[in-house]
Design a protein around this ligand. Structure first.
Ligand code: FAD
Length: 377
């Protein structure tokens, strides 16, 4: 195989895909719109940590990265439910208590993948390259860069550019794919709980949940002994609290145990952005046997099963397997990839929506505790 492959997006899926394709001897260029994240600070309030489960670890293990990534991971063996009043309630994920999902820094994971990709022969990573235009039949791309517009060509173009994918947008304009984006009527905002005297303020062996019926908050531990909380509220509700007094009063009433643990609550609340949530359905995922979508670009899901990145990693493993099974024929591998993955990605999209109801409501019910839940948030 001597094709030149362009991967648009060097996030989680793109940088992992770069590693897999380079190991097949392909010449790969990764185009990323952001500056090199290894040189700067992470964006404020944007999903700092991720729950990575066995599905994601499998993809890392196959390229020898799992030990490095797991070195800083914090295993969470169950959920810790925080009621408005009364004692905390720990619910193990597995009956034996030995199974866990892992809290991993999104930035550190992305940086490890970028390091691994950049170290491989045949991989070039170009930052500050934002895809503006694509001719999917000709493999021609136009990028916006600090030096102006740049034209590039590739035999194969893979869109790993996330939920708002520009590659998908271009394929849509060409009439090569159709999309449906179902926005959830909820937004999310990140808050933080710092370490107290160098120690975790909450049990780091659990994923913490504050189920509140129509809304909920979760918190995952970070290696620096802080926790990142994600508050999921109906869209529009965030604006109702606009000053220190109203924010503190609200949290005192609904999340009383958080208030003393979150000294920067008011600042976090006022200055961290509200993220949108939705499910992306695309059909087909590929065009002309030489351009395809992968990860969130093809099938973004809501985050309530903690499986979006895990699923994007599984995509990479499956695409690699399809290339192996077709003798490296992209024209046959890309449709085969879609055929093998679509049913699974549609299933997790539905399960993720269903798990929102479970997490914000049912986990607080005593009856629910009789059910067994494995490998999800
Ligand atoms: P992304 O990570 O979005 O990467 C896309 C990359 O493309 C980015 O680097 C972006 O800068 C770049 N890009 C975008 N446009 C362009 C362009 N025009 N030109 C060039 N580059 C471009 N998943 C889990 O498995 N576990 C979790 O616990 C979890 N928690 C989550 C919590 C929240 C609040 C959210 C929103 C999501 C969560 N997810 C989780 C989902 C997970 O974040 C995504 O599924 C995952 O990031 C998808 O990876 P990706 O590489 O496909 O897309």
């Amino acid at each position: 195989m001597s094709e030149r492959v362009a991967i648009v997006g060097a996030g989680l899926a793109g940088s992992l895909l770069g590693c897999y394709l380079a190991r097949r001897g392909l010449s790969v260029t990764l185009y990323e719109r952001r500056p090199d994240p290894r040189l700067g600070q992470p964006e404020r309030g944007r999903s700092i940590n991720l729950a990575i489960s066995e599905r994601g670890l499998d993809a890392l293990r196959r390229i020898g990265l799992v030990d490095q990534v797991m070195a800083d991971a914090l295993p969470m063996k169950g959920r810790m439910i925080h009621p408005v009043e009364g004692p905390l309630d720990f619910q193990q994920y597995s009956a034996s208590g030995d199974r866990a999902i892992n809290s991993i820094s999104r930035g550190a994971l992305n940086n490890a993948l970028l390091d691994a990709a950049s170290a491989l022969d045949g991989v070039e990573v170009l930052f500050e390259h934002r895809l503006l235009e694509l001719d999917s039949q000709a493999g021609k791309m136009i990028f916006e860069t600090p030096a102006g517009k740049v034209e590039a060509h590739a035999d194969v173009v893979l869109g790993a550019d996330g939920a708002g994918s520009a590659v998908r947008g271009q394929l849509l304009v060409e009439g090569a794919v159709g999309e449906q984006v179902d926005f959830l009527d909820y937004g999310y905002k990140e808050l933080s709980i710092p370490a107290v005297d160098g120690e975790f303020a909450l049990d780091p062996g659990a994923l913490h949940i504050w189920p509140r019926g129509t809304s909920m908050m979760i918190a995952l531990p970070n290696p620096d002994r802080s926790f990142t909380c994600t508050l999921f509220w109906p869209a529009g509700s965030f604006d109702a609290l606009s000053n220190k007094d109203s924010i503190e009063a609200h949290f005192r009433e609904h999340y009383p145990d958080l208030l003393p643990l979150a000294p920067s609550l008011v600042d976090d609340y006022l200055y961290n952005p509200v993220g949108v949530l939705g499910t992306v359905h695309t059909q087909p995922w590929q065009a002309h046997g030489r351009t395809a979508l992968i990860g969130d670009a093809a099938h973004a899901i809501v985050p309530f099963y903690g499986q979006g990145a895990n699923c994007a990693f599984e995509d990479v493993v499956e695409l690699d397997r399809c290339l192996a099974d077709t003798g490296g024929s992209w024209a046959r591998a890309l449709p085969l990839f879609e055929h093998r993955r679509r049913e699974n990605t549609e299933a997790i999209a539905e399960m993720a929506l269903a798990n929102f109801v479970e997490m914000r409501d049912k986990v607080a019910s005593p009856v629910f505790r009789l059910g067994k839940r494995v490998e999800h948030t």
